[in-house]
Design a protein around this ligand. Structure first.
Ligand SMILES: [Zn+2]
Length: 386
């Protein structure tokens, strides 16, 4: 790989003919069309938060360095930004008056700035390394560059490694914050489009967790039909089975749940009533497991982490039960007392017993003292397994 350091290019040179795509949040071109600001392996522009983009302009105005920028020279003599896209896009957006900075507490757009400040920005020289080499070489290097600001997340790195037609199409669908489906997706997935989080989710579902392998296999595909169809099948299924949405739904592994349950028939009205009832049940501690519990036919109540009896209630019940048992000369475990073995008269210590719902929670029993009995650990376990 050949590298060459350029110190003569100014902000004005780099931002000449700057083109920005508002809907995709991408800086597209600069240097009068010779520079591609966001090649496929670059992530979307994430500096537009009124802080990082402003900080870039403040740095330039104060004469602070904004760090090294890396370009790749392609075979046809054009340039692509390898690292520095966020900074260049911030500069380009500012110069084209797309955001303001504060000067003496006042919002100032570029077009309203004093001439000498405009000049100061435009004439600032940047430090740019231009490199030329094999695609693989350059991509390996890209992986090792420590990007200023927000580090690349896992999906952004994978997009860089497997850049190609598939990633381009997949990003158009899943990483475009203007996609009108995002509101629907967001009911079931907690994600930010331009951080590639919907894409990561879609890939995770379709690949059953093997995102890397899937991206490698489909890298040269010219369509994303399977990815899109599978993702929509999962979302549409969840959307049809559950009539209401709850915030906990965003934390659920719908891909796995879909695989496990989508072939079973459900009555959405009944499902939704059951979900609502469990949501209102103060004894259900694990709200996010309600959906799977209901899909599974309301059988596995362990999922719900039903509230347990507190220590004070246990002590009260233990004392009462033990006093009565001693008076009758039987075990203080009511189930031992019914038996015929050596434990028939045994008085267990409180540490040898556990609290049990007399009427099971699933049969409507509550978790209060009136529904609490102490059983020896063996009997409690045996009852729990029924
Ligand atoms: Zn017992």
């Amino acid at each position: 790989m050949i590298t060459e350091l350029h110190t003569e290019w100014t902000v004005e040179d780099i931002c000449e003919g700057f083109v920005y795509n508002e809907s995709e949040g991408k800086g597209l071109f600069g240097m009068g069309g010779k520079l591609t600001i966001q090649p496929e392996y670059q992530r979307n522009y994430i500096y537009a938060d009124g802080k990082k983009d402003v900080a870039v302009i403040d740095s330039v105005l104060k004469g602070y360095p904004i760090g090294l920028i890396y370009f790749v020279r392609t075979e046809d003599g054009q340039y692509e930004v390898l690292d520095g896209q966020q900074r260049i896009t911030s500069l380009g957006r500012f110069i084209t008056s797309r955001f303001a900075i504060k000067i003496n507490g006042m919002d100032q757009y570029f077009r309203g700035l004093a001439k000498e400040l405009q000049e100061k920005i435009l004439k600032t020289k940047l430090l740019i390394y231009v490199c030329e080499g094999e695609e693989k070489e350059i991509k390996d290097w890209f992986k090792t560059i420590n990007i200023v600001g927000v580090p690349l997340n896992e999906q952004e790195k994978l997009n860089a490694i497997y850049s190609g037609s598939f990633v381009t199409l997949a990003k158009e669908e899943f990483s475009n914050s203007q996609n009108s489906n995002i509101a629907k997706w967001s009911s079931y997935i907690k994600a930010v489009a331009n951080r590639q989080e919907f894409l990561a989710c879609a890939l995770n579902w379709v690949s059953k967790g093997n995102i890397d392998g899937y991206m490698s296999l489909h890298r040269r595909d010219t369509n994303i039909n399977e990815l899109k169809t599978y993702f929509n099948s999962v979302i549409d299924w969840v959307d049809s089975v559950f009539l209401n949405t709850y915030s906990e739904m965003q934390t659920i592994e719908w891909g796995r749940i879909y695989e496990e349950y989508h072939k079973k028939p459900y009555n959405p009205k009944e499902v939704s009533e059951k979900v609502e009832e469990l949501y209102a049940d103060e004894f259900v501690r694990n709200k996010k497991s309600i959906f799977e519990y209901v899909l599974g036919g309301c059988e596995d109540s362990k999922l719900l982490e039903i509230r347990i009896f507190d220590e004070r209630d246990k002590k009260t019940v233990y004392a009462k039960q033990t006093q009565k048992a001693e008076a009758q000369g039987v075990s203080n475990c009511p189930l031992c007392a019914l038996g015929n073995d050596n434990n028939k008269n045994r008085i267990w210590k409180i540490t040898e017993m556990d609290a049990d719902h007399v009427t099971a929670w699933s049969k409507g029993g509550t978790t209060d003292i009136s529904n609490c009995q102490m059983l020896c650990k063996t009997h409690n376990r045996a009852k729990g397994n029924k």
